[in-house]
Design a protein around this ligand. Structure first.
Ligand SMILES: Cc1cc2nc3c(=O)[nH]c(=O)nc-3n(C[C@H](O)[C@H](O)[C@H](O)COP(=O)(O)OP(=O)(O)OC[C@H]3O[C@@H](n4cnc5c(N)ncnc54)[C@H](O)[C@@H]3O)c2cc1C
Ligand code: FES
Length: 255
């Protein structure tokens, strides 16, 4: 796995994807070159702590990696105000990322901002022999971003694509898309739990990318704990989402 490093670099591109979500291209040839899908970066935002974001895409030729940022608070608001040339401190690439080794067929499922790491995974798998299907879930049509006509699209409101959640999207897949697949999922915790249950009921392996609140991002502060099953007196032990994850086997997580 790529070693993390700290960089002081600059924003190269920034544009709005929707009313409350910006797409930011950051110059960093090392990260663009070494990051694997499912990994994340910590980005400075003029606040005390850097904020974590999944890597959404890389352009190795230009030496730029991209993150998508939904504005939910002060830090993400500050990032949305970055301009081309703004100085930014970046720590990354962080975390384990998705393992596609030996996977012939994959189903990539995203909910909300999970669309970003799933975008990078789809981009990566296009260059491999692994067949894949993408299922995207959004609240309503105004939230749809980074969509491709080949994807299975769902909206809670039903104003575009299949009405319902990713589960209705997964239920619409053909046996050929399902059989023998490994499922990779990023989204709200409740959605990942249901996607894991769906995978289990179809006899499929499922990996989920957890997005705990983080501080240090490098395994020191222990504020991003994920409880996983263990054969000890407590029945669990703690893993660090930032360092041991963010990708976990669905079956090991205590939901
Ligand atoms: C590994 C990882 C990858 C992530 N990838 C992305 C991404 O690709 N795009 C994206 O837009 N966001 C992503 N996030 C979430 C993002 O880091 C937070 O939204 C951001 O840190 C909030 O900062 P803030 O200062 O704007 O908000 P704050 O003022 O810190 O919080 C505002 C609101 O957001 C909630 N919040 C903050 N952090 C999280 C979190 N980790 N999970 C759920 N709710 C949170 C708070 O509870 C609060 O309600 C990711 C988080 C992790 C841990
Ligand atoms: S954020 Fe500090 S240990 Fe994970």
């Amino acid at each position: 796995m790529a070693e993390r490093q700290e960089y002081v670099t600059a924003v190269k591109e920034i544009r709005y994807l929707s009313e409350d979500t910006v797409y930011v291209g950051i110059e960093c040839p090392d990260i663009a070159d070494r990051a694997v899908p499912g990994q994340f970066v910590n980005i400075s935002c003029g606040k005390f702590l850097k904020r974590p974001f999944g890597i959404a895409s890389v352009n190795k030729d230009k030496g730029i990696f991209y993150i998508g940022v939904k504005i939910v608070g002060d830090g993400t608001k500050k990032i949305s105000e970055f301009e081309e040339g703004s100085k930014v401190e970046v720590l990354g690439p962080l975390g384990n990322g998705f393992d596609f080794t030996g996977v012939d067929k994959a189903i990539l499922v995203s909910g909300g901002t999970g669309v970003f790491p799933v975008n990078f995974a789809a981009e990566y798998l296009k260059g491999t022999d692994t067949k894949f299907t993408v299922v995207q879930g959004f609240r309503d049509s105004s939230q749809i971003i980074l969509n491709d006509p080949s994807y299975v699209l769902t909206t809670d409101k039903g104003d575009r694509g299949i009405k319902g959640t990713c589960i209705q999207g997964l239920d619409s897949l053909t046996p050929d898309q399902i059989e023998g697949s490994v499922v990779y999922c990023v989204g709200p915790i409740i959605m990942m739990k249901f996607v894991g249950q769906w995978a289990e009921s179809h006899g499929l392996k499922c990996y989920v990318s957890m997005e705990q609140r983080m501080a240090c991002g490098i395994g020191i502060c222990l504020c991003c704990i994920v409880k996983v099953k263990a054969d000890n007196k407590d029945g669990y032990y703690n893993k660090r989402c930032c360092k041991d994850g963010p990708v976990f086997d669905y079956e090991e997580v205590i939901w």
